[in-house]
Design a protein around this ligand. Structure first.
Ligand code: GLC
Length: 784
């Protein structure tokens, strides 16, 4: 495809390479990030993920060697050979990533395909060669993480996936190559070396992570540019930072979006919504949000209300809002093809819909029957869609749930030749498919931002790399299966490793009937999942926290209340994630990458750095092994201090989800509330696990963008544990009126005296801990 290197030229941060048959560009984005590019379709990057490519000025040395061109930055050495083979080394000369020099050699498949098919088995055929293909050498000890929302395990080594947003209602299992989201990005971890690769290509892409041969792995695409970023870094965390520097960070959401959310297909009519809301308050279960699925609309027409079921939507939403409930409505992209329906007519008149190859508006069938599809690749359409959000906001809606935006369609998939405007670069569905949902979410986000002034809450099913800037995601139509609860952990962890921090699953499962035990275990995971929403499908049995029995209700209440207690900690995680790109739910490998034991842990995760969760993911299981990494950990329920670096056994009656706090942690807690903002919290509880540690707590108005103008307060805590324990409290920034006092829960039973700024503080002692109150000012706390 390329042939021999003929010449090279250096222009600013780009090294242009002329090959016999093609040209190639190596672009230095920063000392650690390098782009490999060949303009097979567009002259330049044409990215929907990287909207603001920042080039860091850095020293670049380029030298022509006998057989290759050598490029070096402060951190990396890049060697470019004939055929545009590119190898990456650390600056010390350690090989990191090497292009494979031989032809692909798929393993042999024996037997006849048709026999297996006759019996109804689905069979794989050997993957073809792709128009664009980058084959990399496997060294043997690679682990692969990321690739967004895929079935299977945390480590993707040995598996094959495709990126083609897919709405597949069959139970999601390991053989599914694609689901709703396409995030062509992965992290490779080898002994003493890690890097990321982001293949920024929106066409159908293919990732074989060493499945067809254990000597190599590859990624490929049907069309588009060869355009991938090599992201180096000293550890997995810095690689994730590098990737999110490119594609964007999950922004801090409004705090209520982190509360508990209740959904089902569908709460309708209005009376049923009120009933649900009332039950939450009566049964003393905190809840912030109720979702309205498709039946609130008139004949499934987006941006309308069914006036029989919701005769006065503004009034009812207002009443719910007053009782502390936010309402999120579903919006699908399919616009009903119906004369005199305003949205349809306006879109048609202005050419906002995708067309067939002859320029006729393309029609397929979705919930409303015959429907047309907004061309979100066109700015005018996005602006129009953004304006439509006002209709919902004016009704009292607080967030928008974008569904069916792969796009899903009932009369077969959209044909490849459906036309999109693509900002003046007219193209077809093959290029837009994977970014359709991404662009719809961007439009939704921008509309809500403009018309509410608050941080938008958008949930989307389909996504591409970078969607985290605009929307939270949920993992689509799972089933009320134990296997799906189990699979949700690596799936969410890999979404996090792919930059999507704010994510969740349908708690309790969408299709199939949930059982009391399954819901009890699922809510225990949900409490630690950024998006915490119970949702279930049409015609399934009721799945609200109270829908089963007293025990299930109590367990739901216990974990939902725990979630509300941990809200300030969770909010801190999202706030810091805006800078670090680190997700809320983290595989252990993100913090303990030198510990081989954690590489394949699929059933435990870290909730931020300090809380380890080891949920029960199997029916009937009343004891499990838990791996505690090096250090000391405190059992959250018993307060037992346990040495890490080993496996332990933990008994798990139905109401216990094993949770461990790292020694040296300070965990901020809120008092009980029915919903976020119910109380003006003037006293923050600090749940302290003595040891060496630091923590930063962030406070703002929980909803607006004023924090970006500096309206926030930051408390820094530095805890030391020498002869006496000291905690230095520093208010680092104070532009938002936060707390009057801190209620300290100090988890240690041998305390004799407590001083704050040299003043003696009295305390009460209860089992294994003491409690006292100090003013929320800078100062030194000493516990003797
Ligand atoms: C899709 C969504 C699901 C929703 C249903 C009806 O299946 O994934 O969450 O309830 O459509 O709108």
């Amino acid at each position: 495809m390329f042939g021999k290197i003929v010449s090279h030229k250096v222009r600013a941060n780009k090294i242009h390479l002329e090959f016999e048959k093609n040209e190639g560009i190596i672009e230095i984005i920063s000392p650690m990030i390098v782009n490999v590019f060949c303009p097979l379709k567009y002259d330049n990057h044409y990215s929907r993920a990287v909207e603001d490519l920042k080039i860091e000025q850095c020293e670049i040395l380029v030298e022509k060697k006998d057989f290759y061109i050598e490029i070096s930055t402060e951190a990396l050495l890049i060697k470019v050979y004939d055929d545009f083979k590119v190898d990456f080394y650390s600056i010390e000369g350690k090989i990191l990533c090497e292009d494979f020099r031989e032809e692909r050699a798929p393993f042999v498949r024996r037997g006849t395909i048709s026999d297996a098919q006759d019996e109804g088995h689905s069979v794989d055929i050997q993957a073809d060669k792709h128009k664009i293909e980058v084959v990399k050498r496997l060294f043997g000890d690679e682990k692969f993480y990321g690739l967004g929302e895929k079935t299977g395990h945390l480590n993707k080594r040995g598996y094959y996936y495709e990126m083609w947003n897919t709405d597949d209602p069959t139970p999601h299992v390991e053989s599914h190559k694609s689901l709703y989201k396409s995030i062509p990005y992965f992290i490779t971890l080898r002994e003493d070396c890690a890097f990321g690769i982001f293949f920024d290509n929106t066409f159908k892409t293919y990732f074989d992570m060493g499945k067809e041969n254990s000597k190599y792995y590859y990624f490929g695409a049907d069309d588009g540019n060869l355009d991938y970023y090599f992201i180096g870094g000293n550890n997995v965390q810095s690689i994730l930072k590098g990737y999110t520097d490119l594609t964007g960070k999950t922004p801090l959401p409004q705090m209520w979006t982190l509360g508990y959310q209740q959904s089902r297909w569908s709460y309708s009519p209005a009376g049923r919504v009120k009933e649900i809301a009332k039950s939450f308050r009566e049964k003393d279960i905190p809840c912030d949000t109720i979702h309205l699925d498709i039946d609130y609309m008139e004949s499934f027409k987006v941006f309308t209300w069914d006036k029989e079921r919701f005769p006065d939507e503004k009034k009812i939403l207002n009443e719910l809002n007053e009782d502390g409930f936010k309402i999120v409505t579903i919006i699908d992209p399919g616009v009903k093809k119906e004369k005199n329906y305003d949205i349809y007519e306006t879109g048609l008149k202005n050419g906002y819909f995708a067309t067939d190859k002859d320029g006729i508006t393309y029609v397929n069938r979705v919930w409303p029957g015959d429907s047309v599809f907004p061309d979100f690749s066109k700015k005018d359409t996005r602006d129009w869609w953004a304006e439509n959000q006002k209709i919902l906001l004016d009704s009292g809606v607080s967030g928008v749930w974008n569904d069916m935006n792969e796009p899903a369609s009932f009369n077969g998939p959209l044909p490849d030749d459906v036309q999109f405007e693509n900002e003046g670069r007219n193209t077809d569905h093959t290029e837009i498919h994977n970014i359709y949902g991404h662009l719809m979410s961007k439009a939704t986000f921008e509309g809500i931002k403009k018309h509410s002034g608050k941080r938008p809450f958008v949930i989307t099913r389909a996504a591409y790399a970078g969607t985290q800037k605009y929307s939270t995601v949920w993992t689509g139509d799972n089933q009320s299966f134990w296997d799906h609860l189990r699979m949700s952990i690596p799936m969410l962890l890999n979404l996090g490793m792919s930059g999507i921090s704010f994510c969740g699953t349908d708690v309790g499962g969408f299709s199939f009937d949930c059982t009391p035990e399954l819901l009890s275990r699922w809510v225990q995971v949900g409490a630690f999942t950024p998006l915490f929403r119970n949702h279930s499908g049409s015609n399934t049995r009721d799945q609200e926290p109270w829908a089963f029995d007293e025990e299930t209700l109590n367990i739901n209440r216990k974990y939902i209340k725990l979630r509300y207690k941990l809200l300030p900690y969770l909010y801190d995680l999202l706030w810091s994630g805006e800078t670090t790109g680190l997700p809320v739910m983290r595989p252990l490998v993100l913090h303990y990458e030198k510990d081989k034991e954690v590489y394949e842990i699929n059933d435990q995760f870290l909730f931020g750095e300090n809380i380890l969760v080891a949920p029960i993911l199997e029916q009937g299981k009343k004891i499990r092994t838990v791996y505690l990494p090096v250090g000391q950990w405190i059992d959250y329920w018993t307060k037992e201090v346990i040495d890490g670096g080993k496996y332990i056994l933990k008994e798990t009656p139905l109401d216990i989800c094993p949770v461990y706090i790292k020694k040296g942690s300070i965990v901020p807690n809120y008092p009980e509330q029915n919903y976020v903002g119910e109380k003006d919290i003037k006293e923050l509880t600090l749940d302290i696990y003595p040891g060496e540690g630091q923590y930063v707590h962030y406070v703002d108005d929980k909803e607006s963008y004023n924090y970006r103008e500096g309206e926030y307060t930051l408390y820094e805590f530095i805890m030391k544990n020498d002869e006496e324990a000291t905690i230095d409290i520093n208010i680092k920034h104070e532009e938002y009126k936060a707390y009057d006092s801190f209620k300290v829960i100090y988890n240690c039973d041998i305390t004799k005296e407590v001083y704050f700024n040299e003043e003696k503080i009295s305390f009460v002692e209860t089992d294994n801990k003491i409690e006292f109150v100090i003013p929320a000012v800078s100062g030194r706390l000493i516990v003797k």
